[in-house]
Design a protein. Structure first.
Length: 792
């Protein structure tokens, strides 16, 4: 066997002995970490701390074989969430995690229950926790690694890594797994391994028996190799003996729940079950009679996922095979080696102090030596340490560790905004397409940034106005594929040749995949050493469809630009289901995502530039979300206060000092707000018209200033300064094509009376005049609201 041209030595007995020592150590440390968090550490509030000793025990051998034999430093790994303690124990053994961190599992400032890129440091490649997402991210990571390498953006000398997920079997119930498999197949992803910890248990119960036949077939249909690791060596040896086939058949036919129950009950129960069905066969008796109950239990639990030699050899063999995506189905027992092994309720089960005392004795751990490096092992600390130092994964990926970095890409001061032409209407969506298409020419000062932009869209590339950009920059594919329509000289506005140089990743309609791809692209600088400027487009209402994956991307601090368009009622002609009302609220609530809704093209150009800058900013940077519309508006010709647009708002028409009323609008309702404002001004000459570009930034600025003020007087926030000229008893009418709560909080800033207009029902198709009247975004309703707040 070879690895990257180098021969891999066969697994030696010494090597296996060390891997056994590691399995034992990891089983102990993970169980002890959780026990320590629950029973040893002081508990101030009486709440259960929790942890998953059974889930850890299930995956110990798999993780041992991976980290201490199969993995290379360049590989990127997503560890199933509930094996987090095993993962941290591995890093401690490798000298990459401190002991006091192990002692602070689930504590404030300590290590997180599930591996977290942001909180647990540089060893975590992919955060996990929301099941299914970490698994799928590995396949999109592989795609992005290919993108970076084929665009020749990878740092010199950095070898391509494999993307590996350790998968809880219940994760395969998540639909996003299958969306990712299908998309991965389309993109011909390579070098991905999913190792399923097939303990046949989820949180609530034991999973149905026939399920895996189906799942295996699905993987094969998607071009994956499937390696089933059902039995360990001891069982295989027993099967090879006379009568052994009957034993195999008995186990194969044994329902998952019965097998789990027998595992929990122990060797005597297995013996009784075997004897009642096979007891008349002398050959079977010859196999089981000489074994003690403990030995029989060990034999019956010798599944592939707990057999270190079986695992090691399977990984080595698959490595030698090449780069075909491979799914390993490793049969395991949830809680293996612990008192609740196999019990269907063991997911959150914790050993009692009494059980722990007994387990400790079995592990030969002395009181007070629980954290000692080689306590309880049959190998010397020196030999153990020497082994750990020479495993391939112990080598550092870079002198700095596992996190890579990449220099920032310079963004010109000004992006090419379409010019305002009197009488010509323009929507933010088409302005977005125009700006990107101009950048896509790749000329002059835009050449560098154009080469780093990657766009992606779930089958709405054309309808979100990415078409012109794609025509200029091409579609990414690992293989060159011609545009058949173009070659046949058939007229089409889209030139969709595909090549490794293309800069648009076209996805099928699965919004979770969009956000997972954005997550992977947005981590390219730290995972693959190349700075990318990712942009993803989607219809605004369908942000909800991929929301968990969007939150997941933010949770990992991936950096990207999300453009959601069309939004609000401008999608209503498509049917009321396409209205989006809650998205401005999501934008406000989501951390590490600055969200904006510009009304005009000049604002959009400023915000896109800002987005490309902040997505590259280490401290204080974030991703950006632009909520756009297809409603064309006449564009103002003006000099814009760019800083104010970025801070979230500016006075289109400032109020007179002591002004008694203001209209604050957001996004494409600007014309109605302006007409109403002009009518209002005839009676209230001191009125103001406030343009809101981001309730999120305004609110965030307000919160930050208030937090600062608790430490003494500080500078007021942008919204406080904006509202300062208004009279103390002034009224404000807010209006947006979204939920009114997005702006109703403005009343709390200085105690002004507020009337908040917006859309709080959905489901009605129609044109803009009808729907604005229906939902109260029309001029008349705005003026009524003005009268109402003026009258108090
Ligand atoms: C999206 C999501 N839904 C629900 C949960 C709650 N949950 C945590 S673990 C789990 C089942 C895990 O079973 P499996 O993946 O088989 O893990 P293992 O048996 O190895 O513990 C569930 C439902 C979650 N973490 N994420
Ligand atoms: Mg499971």
């Amino acid at each position: 066997m070879t690895h990257q041209g180098k021969p891999i030595p066969a697994v030696t007995a010494d090597h296996v002995a060390m891997l056994h020592a590691l399995e034992k150590k990891l089983l102990w440390l993970s169980a002890w970490m959780i026990h320590h968090a629950n029973h040893i550490r002081p508990n101030r509030d009486g709440l259960k701390v929790g942890g998953h000793q059974a889930s850890c025990a299930s995956a110990v051998s798999i993780l041992t074989a991976l980290y201490f034999d199969a993995l290379r430093p360049q590989d990127r790994v997503a560890v199933k969430p509930h094996a987090g303690p095993v993962f941290h124990a591995i890093n401690w053994l490798l000298g990459r995690q401190s002991r006091d961190k192990l002692e602070t599992l689930r504590q404030f400032g300590g290590i997180q229950p599930y591996p977290s890129r942001m909180k647990d440091g540089a060893e975590v490649d992919f955060s996990t926790g929301s099941v299914g997402l970490g698994v799928a991210l590995t396949s999109f990571g592989a795609l992005v690694q290919d993108y970076v390498r084929l665009h020749k953006l990878a740092p010199e000398g950095l070898p391509a890594g494999r993307h590996v997920a350790i998968v809880g079997d219940a994760e395969l119930d998540e639909g996003n797994i299958y969306e990712a498999l299908l998309e991965g197949w389309k993109h011909d992803i390579r070098n991905v391994w999913w190792v399923v910890d097939y303990n046949r248990q989820s949180l609530d119960s034991v999973v149905p028996d026939r399920l895996f036949g189906r799942i295996e077939g699905l993987f094969r249909d998607m071009g994956w190799n499937v390696v089933t690791l059902k039995y360990g060596r001891k069982l295989e040896a027993a099967f090879a003996r006379p009568g052994g086939e009957a034993l195999r058949r008995w186990i194969d036919d044994c329902p998952n729940s019965l097998y789990a129950a027998l595992t929990f009950q122990g060797g005597a129960a297995f013996r009784a079950a075997l004897l009642s069905e096979l007891g008349r066969e002398p050959a079977i008796r010859a196999i089981i009679d000489p074994l003690s109950d403990d030995e029989l239990h060990a034999l019956m639990n010798n599944l592939g996922g707990h057999d270190i030699e079986t695992l090691t050899e399977a990984f080595r063999a698959a490595d030698a095979e090449g780069d075909q995506p491979t799914c390993f189905i490793a049969y395991t027992i949830k809680g293996m080696g612990l008192p609740f092994a196999g019990h269907k309720d063991n997911h959150s089960g914790l050993m009692t102090p009494g059980q722990m005392q007994q387990f400790k004795a079995e592990m030969r751990i002395r009181d007070g030596h629980e954290w000692d490096f080689s306590e309880g092992l049959d190998v010397s600390p020196e030999a153990f340490g020497a082994f750990l130092r020479q495993v391939p994964f112990a080598e550092k990926l870079t002198p700095g560790g596992r996190r890579l970095s990449a220099p920032n890409v310079a963004i010109p001061d000004r992006l090419p905004a379409p010019r305002a032409t009197p009488g010509k209407k323009l929507s933010t969506q088409s302005a977005f397409g125009d700006i990107l298409a101009e950048i896509g020419r790749g000329e002059g000062e835009f050449a560098a940034m154009a080469s780093r932009i990657v766009t992606t869209s779930p089958d709405v590339t054309v309808s979100t106005n990415l078409g012109a950009w794609v025509n200029r920059r091409g579609i990414f594919d690992r293989h060159l594929k011609n545009d058949v329509f173009r070659d046949a000289k058939l007229a089409s506005a889209q030139r969709w040749g595909m090549s490794p140089e293309g800069q648009h990743i076209e996805l099928g309609i699965a919004e979770q995949n969009l956000f997972l791809v954005l997550g992977a692209l947005g981590l390219a600088h730290t995972l693959y050493g190349a700075r990318l400027l990712p942009i993803g487009t989607v219809y605004d209402p369908f942000v909800n469809r991929g929301l968990d994956a969007l939150i997941y991307g933010c949770y990992q601090d991936a950096r990207f630009m999300l453009v959601s368009t069309p939004s609000g009622l401008s999608l209503a002609p498509e049917g009321g289901q396409h209205q989006s009302t809650n998205t401005p609220l999501i934008g406000m609530a989501q951390d590490r995502l600055a969200s904006f809704e510009p009304a005009f093209a000049d604002e959009l150009a400023v915000l896109m530039r800002h987005g490309f800058a902040i997505m590259q900013q280490e401290e204080g940077g974030s991703s950006i979300w632009l909520r756009l519309s297809t409603r064309g508006l006449e564009q103002p010709g003006r000099a814009l206060d760019e800083a104010a647009v970025i801070e979230g708002g500016y006075w289109m028409v400032p109020p007179a000092p002591g002004g008694r009323i203001a209209i604050a609008y957001q996004g494409p309702v600007a014309p109605e707000a302006m007409v109403a404002f002009n009518a209002l001004r005839e009676e209230e000459p001191g009125a103001g018209l406030l343009a809101i570009t981001s309730p999120d930034r305004l609110h965030q600025g307000w919160l930050t200033a208030r937090a600062r003020a608790r430490g003494g007087p500080g500078a007021p926030s942008h919204i406080e300064r904006l509202l300062a000229p208004l009279a103390a008893d002034a009224g404000i009418v807010t209006v947006l094509d979204g939920h009114p709560a997005s702006l109703s909080w403005l009343g709390g800033v200085r105690g002004h009376r507020i009337a908040a207009l917006g859309v709080d029902h959905f489901g009605q198709a129609g044109d803009i005049p009808a729907l604005y009247a229906e939902y109260g975004l029309d001029v008349e309703t705005i003026l009524d609201a003005c009268a109402q707040v003026m009258l108090g």
